[in-house]
Design a protein around this ligand. Structure first.
Ligand code: TIU
Length: 242
């Protein structure tokens, strides 16, 4: 039973254990870019405290290391707009300007939320490595006007492990899009953050309510442990020549 042997089981997921095959799963790291995690970026200029976003950086570093070691596909996303703002909805632009975070306006990390500017870049600690995919998205959801769905389908990916910022905005929108498309989604709760912890808590609760209406949640060390247990199981079967 090769299928059984290659399936990890995360017992301590909510609302019930989460099973996944690392070879058919992708880790999706959402918007860990300067515009949301560094001083003077879009997130802070909207009036938010960016400390919670900084706090999850070492957690995501460990999650990334585990995913890479286990051979999962890794996808990084970035929210941002074209320099001519042609992909920015007028309502989004209007609201950003009213809030003092005008998309396309100059800031300490270049033009705010514009592709190619320093503010748009992923944090150095979490930078993609060769072979990983970067998806640039104009919206909150990673499926809207991107190639993400076809890319995952072509690679036979059916399970998504989600982390990043912000839990209730871009992580949740992506989760909802993915859930409607049939992906089995796990949200790593301590590897996500919102600027206000109350928003984070509510968003995490929403994932797993009603028997897991959008998917599953778990702590990242439990997910990493499930990969280690699978490796142990595979090694034992290998040693026995099964
Ligand atoms: N403002 C806020 O909470 N989030 C965003 O605008 N984008 C993402 O969540 N990435």
């Amino acid at each position: 039973m090769a299928g059984e042997r290659s399936r990890a089981v995360l017992e301590r997921a909510l609302p019930y254990p989460y099973e996944f095959e690392p070879g058919a799963a992708a880790l999706v790291v959402i918007d860990m870019q300067n515009d949301f995690c560094s001083p003077g970026g879009f997130g802070e200029r909207l009036g938010n405290n960016i400390k919670p976003a900084r706090r999850i950086v070492p957690v995501i570093e460990r999650v990334l290391a585990a995913a890479r070691a286990a051979g999962l596909q890794v996808v990084h996303t970035r929210e941002g707009h074209l320099p001519d703002l042609s992909d920015c909805p007028p309502a989004k632009l209007e609201r950003s300007r009213r809030q003092g975070a005008g998309i396309g306006d100059p800031g300490p990390m270049g033009r705010i939320l514009i592709r190619g500017e320093p503010g748009h870049a992923i944090l150095d600690e979490l930078a993609p490595i060769p072979g990983e995919t970067v998806v640039d998205k104009p919206g909150k959801g990673a499926f809207y006007r991107t190639r993400l769905e076809s890319l995952l389908t072509e690679r036979g990916i059916g399970s998504l492990i989600l982390c990043g910022v912000t839990t209730h905005v871009c992580v949740h929108t992506t989760l909802r899009e993915a859930n409607d498309r049939g992906f089995r989604c796990l949200v790593l709760e301590d590897a996500c953050a919102a600027f206000d912890p109350a928003d984070h808590e509510a968003a995490i609760r929403m994932v797993r309510q009603q028997g897991g209406i959008f998917g599953w949640t778990a702590r990242s060390e439990e997910w990493i442990r499930s990969l280690g247990e699978l490796r142990g199981k595979e090694a034992r079967h290998g040693n026995l020549g099964l």
